[in-house]
Design a protein around this ligand. Structure first.
Ligand SMILES: [Zn+2]
Length: 511
């Protein structure tokens, strides 16, 4: 077999213009991922080793640690890549990635005395009476006599209990035991074909907590023993990133009705677009980074919501596909239930037709995109008045099912109370609506809008610029209202989101 070079893109260097960019520690590359923590990339090569897929399949950095070598050709003609906790082996005949028996390599290389000085038990021999693999396996598994180590072995880095037989998963990652558990100073250690597990029995500051099990760094041990080719462990230039090299979400889990802020590192992108669920992710370029905001619907299903990205590179090539899909975990907003009893005259306003017409009109107005951000800083709370109905409240009308959710927040206040703009922007709508009564919607740029409803008086006209704090109307009870109040909304890309996030100073405003 001919010696295969490392992935071609792992050897190209960057355009000089990228060197000054604010580069994340780790990022996607074409077909893989670069880990700046140790300075090596892990990639899937077309028609060659699939170390990136294999790494993720085996549990990622949780199980393997970071890469500590480039792919290299072993003396047996197979390709390998070393990680802190183990060494991946590519099997071209089956197209699979396995962990190599690196602790057995160290034994074969005569390193057991040195390993013992580090607290690694010597490799123990069978008595030689067993030759059948199933019998050897059964005998070796009986060496799992330390309960915490055995539990850790069976879980093998998986966050969830494995669907396959847990002994098989442990063997896939660590191999069979090659020693009994032995006390070595502050921990009990057990040696396996592919690694060493340590159960810490003493509390020593700066070392793993007493009572925990950790995987010793078998790959690092092998590197220290000098068993990798020197060229494979020499640092390489950081590879060129994928067109979207890094995605950072403001939070990994977001409640229904909240705003998501995503930062994308995309120095090679000319344009980027995206969606969150069925709604737009609104993106603005900030040097090599793009900042996107998107709203999660207040009635969104709890679970994983896809955030899809499309990017055009500097040659005009479009990039999409599964590697540009992130997932946002949507959690319950824990919104309260409200019951209303209203008379026929008010109820007549709420026909499916009037609701649909108003939804369509406001949808059209609030999904227009002004590419500049017109606001700065946190939004101003429009009234210092009690909240009479919170955002997102599930609403049951006259005993019906609670199948709607409040699109804004209601403040109880006397008719005529002046209503200020919550932020600087431009008037996008100022007119009488059937349900919201006299209403004003302000465009704050980047797809962010605020709305004010049930007003008795309107003080602004469409197209007019308004300053934060400028009075735009007065509190009233026009439209579908059972008394004077201000209904205040914030929309992101047409999606009603919880206004409270926008009045609390925080990351949302620093777009
Ligand atoms: Zn309301």
């Amino acid at each position: 077999m001919a010696a295969a070079p490392a992935a071609e893109h792992a050897q190209r260097s960057w355009p000089a213009s990228l060197l000054a960019a604010d580069v994340p520690l780790e990022y996607r590359t074409p077909g893989g991922h670069y880990f700046g923590q140790t300075g090596f990339a892990v990639v899937d090569e077309a028609g060659g080793p699939q170390f990136w897929a294999g790494m993720r399949h085996l549990g990622g950095i949780q199980v393997l640690g970071y890469p500590i070598s480039r792919p290299y050709l072993g003396q047996d003609g197979l390709q390998y890549q070393a990680f802190q906790r183990g060494v991946l082996q590519w099997r071209p005949d089956s197209g699979e990635t396995w962990l190599a028996n690196v602790m057995d390599w160290l034994h074969d290389g005569g390193h057991d005395d040195w390993l013992l000085s580090l607290g690694v038990p010597r490799q123990r021999k069978d008595d030689g009476s067993l030759t059948d693999f199933a019998q050897i396996k059964a005998a070796r598994l009986r060496w799992l006599t330390n309960a915490p180590i055995t539990r850790y072995f069976m879980q093998a880095g998986a966050a969830q209990p494995s669907p396959i037989d847990s002994t098989e998963r442990g063997i896939a990652v660590y191999g069979l035991p090659t020693s009994l558990p032995e006390q070595h100073g502050p921990f009990i250690a057990q040696r396996f074909q592919r690694g060493v597990l340590q159960y810490w029995t003493e509390a020593i500051p700066g070392l793993p907590l007493k009572g925990t099990v950790v995987g010793a760094l078998a790959g690092d041990l092998a590197r220290q023993a000098g068993i990798f080719p020197a060229a494979a462990t020499a640092a390489a230039a950081p590879p060129v990133p994928a067109v979207i090299g890094h995605v950072a979400l403001s939070r990994s889990s977001v409640a229904q009705g909240r705003t998501v802020v995503a930062r994308l590192w995309a120095p090679l992108a000319r344009r980027v677009a995206g969606t969150i669920g069925d709604n737009p992710l609104l993106l603005a370029q900030r040097g090599s980074w793009w900042v996107g905001i998107g709203g999660v619907e207040r009635l969104e299903t709890v679970g994983a919501l896809p955030l899809r990205l499309v990017a055009e590179d500097q040659h005009g090539t479009l990039h999409a596909g599964p590697e540009l899909v992130e997932h946002v975990a949507v959690s319950s907003g824990h919104y309260p239930l409200e019951r209303f009893w209203i008379g026929q005259a008010q109820l007549a306003l709420l026909t499916p037709e009037t609701i649909a017409r108003e939804v369509a009109l406001l949808g059209e107005v609030t999904t227009r995109l002004t590419p500049q951000r017109l606001w700065s800083g946190a939004f101003q709370r429009p009234l210092n008045a009690p909240i009479t109905s919170p955002f997102g409240a599930r609403r049951s009308i006259n005993g019906g099912p609670p199948n709607t959710a409040h699109s804004g927040v209601d403040y109880g206040a006397a008719t005529g109370t002046p209503v200020p703009a919550c932020a600087t922007g431009r008037v996008a709508l100022a007119e009488g609506l059937t349900i919201r009564g006299n209403a004003v919607y302000l465009d704050h740029g980047l797809g962010v809008y605020s709305g004010y409803a049930h007003l008795s008086q309107l003080h602004v006209r469409v197209g007019e610029p308004v300053e934060r704090g400028q009075v735009i109307g007065q509190v009233g009870a026009t439209g579908f209202a059972n008394g004077p109040h201000l209904h205040w909304e914030v929309r992101v890309g047409g999606v009603n989101v919880a206004p409270v996030e926008w009045i609390v100073p925080g990351a949302i405003h620093d777009l």
